[in-house]
Ligand binder design. Structure first.
Ligand SMILES: *Cc1c(COP(=O)(O)O)cnc(C)c1O
Length: 379
């Protein structure tokens, strides 16, 4: 084969044959992500979905002798308790029903009951249940107590304020796949000085491991961000950069305001729609801006309702609840670019249409009322 014909058989593709991502470029993406958290703590971008830093941060700081208060307001809190126990920690679970939020008072009482607690884990907002917790107030209680404070902010970042420094969060994990409207394959964690100390003094903290935050501290941060540990997930990093650029162009405040409007409008629209559909989270103040969960009417299977709604409009961000919630919960995932009035209107119209079909002449569905309620709430 001649040189030319050999080259002409190689097909180019925008995802392929990219120049390597330099350490400098990687560090600049990291700085911009840190900007979203308004933090002076170290921010590490981890080369995996958010479960990687979520697990790495727990295994890095927990050990036999750790006493953890694990706040459970949804399925993620349950997972954190499992990792904590597996790390040898003594764990006290503070569980509240998934349709509410935990209060700072409840956390204060739990810490008074277990004064030896030196680790508190909390999920800020749970996309899976649609609730959000008052982290600023809880942070004050945790700081007073002196425990290390671990926060899963994957579903709150870019939908509502996430302020690790102001709230005294020692380990704050974020991912781009929810309100940021970005890729799922990379994630980030901010780490306070005392969280690093906890890991340094933990003989069982992962080292020379994909789960290790300390490896990034020793080889990347302490080396002044000159050399990466391994080839980064390049496409995901470029997508993360594009997504942060898009957020900067819109403005983080504007993006958060859009999520707040989408959540308020979905809630108001669902209440006006009738047909027995209701917000899953009882109080509006406990409802997460990132996604709105609804309760299917009695006798109606949420999975079937969602399947019928999607048959009409397959691009809508509708999904039934996970696991045991699949029969009763409908999630309207108005994430990032989907947090628009149009998407909220179409989602409720599709659900209302499907509901009318399934209920026949049962509870009346008020499509026009829902439309007006969404418009009125979109202020
Ligand atoms: C979405 C989410 C994650 C990330 O999980 P995926 O299901 O992989 O998107 C982690 N924590 C919370 C609280 C989340 O809502």
């Amino acid at each position: 084969m001649s040189e030319e014909s050999e080259e002409s058989t190689i097909v180019t593709h925008p995802f392929l044959d990219l120049a390597p991502l330099s350490a400098e470029h990687f560090a600049s993406i990291e700085r911009r992500v840190a900007g979203l958290l308004d933090t002076s703590q170290d921010v590490v971008i981890m080369q995996g979905e958010a479960l990687l830093p979520l697990e790495g941060a727990i295994r890095g700081t927990a050990r036999p002798g750790t006493v953890a208060l694990n706040i459970v307001t949804g399925p993620y809190g349950q997972t954190f308790g499992d990792w904590l126990r597996d790390s040898g920690a003594r764990v006290y679970d503070l569980a509240v029903p998934f349709h509410t939020a935990v209060t700072a008072e409840q956390v204060r009482d739990a810490l008074a009951e277990h004064p030896e607690t030196d680790f508190v884990s909390l999920v800020h907002a749970e996309a899976a249940t649609g609730n959000t917790n008052p982290v600023a107030e809880i942070g004050e209680v945790v700081r007073e107590h002196g425990a290390l404070f671990y926060l899963d902010a994957v579903a709150s970042i870019a939908a509502e304020p996430v302020l690790p420094d102001a709230w005294g969060v020692d380990l704050c994990v974020i991912g781009a796949q929810k309100a940021m409207g970005g890729p799922a394959g990379v994630s980030a964690v901010s780490v306070s000085a005392r969280a690093w100390e906890r890991m340094e003094s933990n003989p069982q903290a992962p080292r020379h491991s994909y789960l290790s935050l300390l490896d990034w501290k020793h080889r990347w941060i302490d080396g002044e961000r000159k050399a990466l540990l391994h080839a980064p997930a390049q496409l995901e990093m470029l997508a993360l950069e594009a997504c942060v650029e898009r957020i900067e162009a819109e403005g983080l405040d504007a993006l958060m305001a859009r999520h707040a409007r989408a959540a308020a409008a979905t809630r108001a629209g669902a209440l006006a729609l009738g047909g027995g559909i209701e917000p899953y989270v009882y109080e509006a103040r406990d409802a997460a801006p990132v996604a709105t969960t609804l309760r299917a009417p009695a006798g109606i299977d949420a999975s079937e309702l969602v399947a019928r709604a999607l048959a009409v409009d397959p691009v809508l961000p509708l999904v039934a609840g996970g696991g045991a919630l699949a029969k009763e919960m409908i999630r309207v995932n108005h994430y990032g670019p989907q947090a628009t009035r149009g998407v909220v209107q179409s989602s409720l119209a599709a659900l209302g249409g499907a509901l009318a079909e399934m209920e026949g002449t049962g509870a009346p569905v008020d499509l026009e009322g829902a439309r007006r309620a969404v418009a009125a709430a979109w202020v």
